[in-house]
Design a protein around this ligand. Structure first.
Ligand SMILES: Cc1cc2nc3c(=O)[nH]c(=O)nc-3n(C[C@H](O)[C@H](O)[C@H](O)COP(=O)(O)O)c2cc1C
Length: 457
């Protein structure tokens, strides 16, 4: 008996200026001009990607009181970009990162439902809780909210947004000129929600959108974040792009689904991944070395260490050994606004020292070595077979592909890797006619009862 291989799902991340992208490369164009987004999205659609993905930064990050220009800077508004891209594309999904900490459910639900209408069912929402209260100072609530409360708010936020999206029946709009009636009787439920985070009573203003509600994506790695994903998310944008770490994360999160009455196929896991393509393994390795050196400047190497050490290390030479100074665990923190994934600084510093000593690494070499800059390096054939290996072995369901230059950095992947995935029979050659983003991702309809009503009626 032959079985169909598991299918690869891909998203295309337009990352803006950060320490992955090389904005100074001669081929890099504007991060703001619509033409850059248009080229990127059209190219991803040519490559039959599931969706275009945009991250969000609600406050410029600071490092030692300055804006660090190799951190994320200059990202324009997500929903405006996605709405514009909807008009120049036909099939590709449009997923925006939007914070559940600094928005309001009614307003965001309205904007996302609008995007779902404008794009004929291609909208997705990456629900983030944003890295720290520093972001809050840009909003009227000031330093609002503590880390522990952010997933509580996010869960209540998403539940309430779903109530709004569900409050219009599918046949609410009758638009019957003969009777002069636009809306059917009892077509719109009143949403009345009193919770710890929100106290809202009202009626939603946007008719039910093609997908019912946007595909819910999640990014956040703590146990609370994983539980939130198991309950609400249909896709996770994960950090775990190495094979073994990917398998561990995959089984952890998929194992949490049953607790929420969900099946394994109702959630896709897509780690972020970079790539460097060469004509031979040696050619790719050389290109990867050059790319990495362009990404990890002296300044970036030192600041990466400073973010862990929590202190000024500017007197150290990035091409010299690791600092002998101890990390400042109790200080005010040298970086503000950066998502911190280091839970045990002392252990991390000890392991870095050990590694640097064992392999005789300078600061810059250590940063390059430990931040695992390039996920896939090799010939197109090698990269396609690696992606396939991850998916067949449940280390992921695919990847969020992150190019190092914008807007042309994804073109070579589409030209050279995508055809090989298609030849392997693990990747679509065409989009299904009029498919929504949820259908393209192979996700079940989260509201089968409603779907039945629609089919019958
Ligand atoms: C892969 C990944 C991508 C993220 N992208 C964003 C983003 O674009 N904007 C944002 O405000 N927060 C982003 N976050 C931050 C998360 O929403 C969350 O606030 C942070 O990771 C802390 O939660 P945690 O302890 O569960 O990881 C991201 C987190 C991860 C893991």
């Amino acid at each position: 008996m032959t079985t169909t291989p598991r299918q690869v799902h891909l998203a295309a991340h337009f990352p803006g200026v950060n320490n992955t992208t090389i904005w100074s490369d001669p081929s890099s164009l504007s991060q703001v001009d619509f033409s850059s987004f248009e080229h990127f999205a059209r190219n991803a659609e040519r490559g039959r990607f599931d969706y275009l993905f945009l991250a969000e930064g609600l406050r410029l990050r600071e490092h030692r009181g300055l804006i660090h220009d190799l951190d994320v800077v200059g990202r324009p508004n997500t929903l405006a970009i996605l709405a514009a891209v909807a008009a120049v594309t036909e099939h590709i999904g449009l997923v925006g990162t939007l914070s559940a900490t600094f928005n309001e459910p009614y307003e965001l639900a309205r904007q996302l439902a609008t995007l779902d209408h404008l794009s004929n069912g291609r909208a997705g929402w990456n629900v983030v809780t944003s890295s720290d209260a520093f972001h809050g100072a840009n909003f009227r609530r000031g330093g609002f909210l503590d880390h522990n409360d952010r997933y509580t708010r996010a869960a209540e936020f998403v539940s309430l947004a779903k109530e709004f999206w569900d409050s219009w029946s599918e046949d609410a709009v009758v638009a019957d000129a003969a009777t002069g009636r636009f809306l059917a009787d009892d077509a719109i439920d009143t949403v009345s929600h009193q919770g710890a985070q929100f106290d809202v009573t009202g009626r939603f203003s946007v008719p039910r959108s093609p997908q019912g509600y946007p595909v819910i994506v999640q990014a956040g790695d703590s146990p609370d974040g994983r539980d939130f994903a198991a309950r609400h998310a249909e896709v996770i944008f994960s950090l775990h792009s190495a094979f073994e770490a990917g398998r561990t994360f995959y089984s952890d999160v998929k194992g949490r689904l049953a607790g929420w009455g969900r099946t394994e196929d109702s959630l896709k896991i897509l780690p972020g991944a970079t790539f460097v393509i060469g004509d031979s393994a040696a050619d790719a390795a050389e290109k990867a070395r050059e790319t990495t050196l362009a990404q990890v400047s002296h300044q970036t190497a030192i600041s990466t260490l400073e973010q862990v050490w929590g202190r000024d290390l500017s007197s150290y030479d990035a091409d010299g050994p690791l600092p002998d100074a101890e990390p400042d665990l109790d200080g005010p923190g040298i970086s503000r606004g950066r998502a911190r994934h280091t839970r045990d600084v002392g252990a991390l510093v000890a392991s870095w020292r050990e590694l640097a000593e064992a392999e005789d690494l300078s600061i810059r070499e250590l940063v390059i070595r430990t931040t695992g800059r390039q996920s896939f390096v090799g010939t197109p054939d090698h990269i396609a077979s690696e992606i396939d290996r991850f998916v067949q072995n449940r280390a992921s369901d695919g990847f969020v592909i992150v190019p190092t230059t914008n807007p042309y950095g994804l073109d070579e992947f589409v030209d050279r890797v995508i055809p090989l995935l298609q030849e392997r029979g693990v990747y679509r050659t065409e989009y299904a006619e009029e498919a929504t983003l949820r259908e393209n991702l192979g996700l079940p309809d989260p509201q089968p009862a409603r779907a039945e009503v629609r089919d019958v009626g």
